[in-house]
Design a protein around this ligand. Structure first.
Ligand code: GRF
Length: 186
């Protein structure tokens, strides 16, 4: 059975948002951390804390084949909510349909501005005075689902993409656990 309060976090890298979701878990349980990169640093961190992990190298694998195996793993752990956290892979239409309305993502911009990559470079180049982050529902269209929460972060005149990223990341770590808590208790 899919229990909305049993959350799987999908990562591809360092997993700082995953750590924030684990450390601030309230109203939900992180029951699985899964990755398409077996070497993802965040997997080891989760494993050390006794959280179940799952990894399958997606390189060269048919997209839907990977997604069906991932979906089976999620069902094997009774997952009802999926939180993407730096998962650098576009999910197949099949997977998004199968888990429709139950997948969230965090994106480092004030959506609908700057969908896709390099958000901080684009915000600075555009001369924006405010950046930020958004948690949204995942749909087939990239970074386009309903926005459930946002935090604004001022852009300072001497900000670099790296300095802005650091401050936005700190905001992400506050926003994501709060939105997830509300989402699972709807
Ligand atoms: C974050 O900036 C997040 O907004 C984006 O990917 C990055 C993941 O960072 N989707 P981390 O792995 O959570 O540290």
């Amino acid at each position: 059975m899919r229990d909305p309060r049993r959350v799987a976090i999908l990562i591809s890298g360092r997993g700082s948002n995953m750590r924030a979701l684990v450390e601030q878990a309230d109203g939900y349980e992180v029951a699985l951390v899964a990755s398409n990169k077996p070497q993802a640093a965040g997997l080891e961190w989760a494993c050390q804390r006794g959280i179940a992990t799952w990894a399958l190298d997606s390189k060269g694998l048919d997209k839907e084949k990977f997604d069906r195996q991932l979906s089976d793993a999620l069902d094997g752990h009774g997952i009802g909510t999926i939180a993407l956290a730096g998962f650098m892979r576009i999910l197949s239409p099949w997977f998004v349909g199968e888990w429709q309305g139950h997948i969230l993502n965090i994106h480092p911009s004030l959506l609908p501005k700057y969908r896709g990559l390099d958000t901080h470079v684009r915000a600075i180049q555009a001369g924006d005075s405010v950046g930020g982050c958004s948690v949204h529902v995942v749909t087939e269209e990239l970074d386009a689902g309903d926005v459930l929460g946002q935090v604004e972060v001022p852009i300072e005149p001497n900000d670099t993409p790296e300095s802005l990223e650091q401050r936005v990341l700190a905001a992400e770590h506050r926003l994501y656990p709060t939105v997830l808590k509300e989402f699972v208790s709807r």
